[in-house]
Design a protein around this ligand. Sequence first.
Ligand code: NDP
Ligand code: GDP
Length: 326
Amino acid sequence: MKRALITGVTGQDGAYLAALLLEKGYEVHGLVRRSSSADVIDAKLRWLKIQNDVKFIDGNLLDLSSLIRAMRDVKPDEVYNLGAQSFVKSSWSQPLLTGQVTGLGAANILEAVRLDAPQARFYQASSSEMYGLIQEPVQNETTPFYPRSPYAVAKVFAHGMTVNYRESFGLHASNGILFNHESPVRGIEFVTRKVTDGVARIKLGQQSELRLGNIDAKRDWGHSKDFVRAMWMMLQQDIADDYVIATGRTTTVRDMCHIAFDYVGLNVDDHLVIDPALFRPAEVDLLLGNPAKAHAKLGWKPDISLEEMIREMVEADLKRVKQQIG
Ligand code: NDP
Ligand code: GDP
């Protein structure tokens, strides 16, 4: 039985990846940081009904000793570093923490792998945000990075460290440059989930407006379930490498809103309010990935369309809001 160690197991991708690995017969260990809300921290794992199947290990990406202990205890075959301060907007209000967790945290876990689990295969959660002020209209593995937020700067560091540990120490370390991906357990602060939650609340009479920032921004949105499959595929390759994971289709926030509002028969223009406070100090206007390498070398392609995903998210939020209002 293979053993996997996932940092960020309580997050969206951690939950979907844990479900995939359990399905494949792995023993799944998840690093969990101490929280005063231990009773709700596994909400995403609960949503996928796997909260009792993941073995939790106490640790933090900021504490190298906890990572070394995790390597010694788990003796993982595969390590997936998904832990991060992952919300771009918060990275302007907490730039130092973001640098420590999202950037140096990756260096910490790479060190722990190098020292105590050098045979393990390592996955780093790189991000399309690294392309930032895009240097090519369609981004692939050779497109230069131009980060536009402290989050993206931290991710560029983590990406570079992963390449460097592969080249310096021969670690089987791969970067997945993932474009935005969502699901019913996406954090509520991200725009897709904010919209599907808002649509559910408006439909059920709990609120009347939805406040958003820059709705002209374009994102290449996929489903977390599809994207975590690509993470696993990367670690099954004989040779570690870096891959863009994207759908190859880009959509404005405005059009994504239309999909969600139309689904429940509401008119978006009756409810959408543009709030200048929600604009960002520097914006990433357009992301569009070319996943040709992942398709050719991993045999990966996404199965779930944006429309299918938004409908699934709206249904999930309708269910949640109905439960809340009894
Ligand atoms: P989430 O924000 O849902 O999850 C982040 C996880 O990191 C949570 O489990 C969180 O724990 C954990 N974490 C935060 N700080 C620490 C710390 N100091 N030590 C250990 N763990 C910590 O992110 P996603 O699941 O959406 O994303 C997974 C990874 O992929 C992230 O690295 C993200 O930056 C990256 N990524 C995501 C994309 C997306 O569109 N979703 C696109 C490209 C990259 P807790 O529950 O305690 O907060
Ligand atoms: P990101 O691509 O990782 O920053 O993912 P988000 O889902 O947070 O944001 C995607 C895009 O939606 C960005 O260009 C945001 O500026 C834009 N956006 C517009 N309004 C909002 C909002 O109210 N919340 C969030 N999170 N994003 C918004």
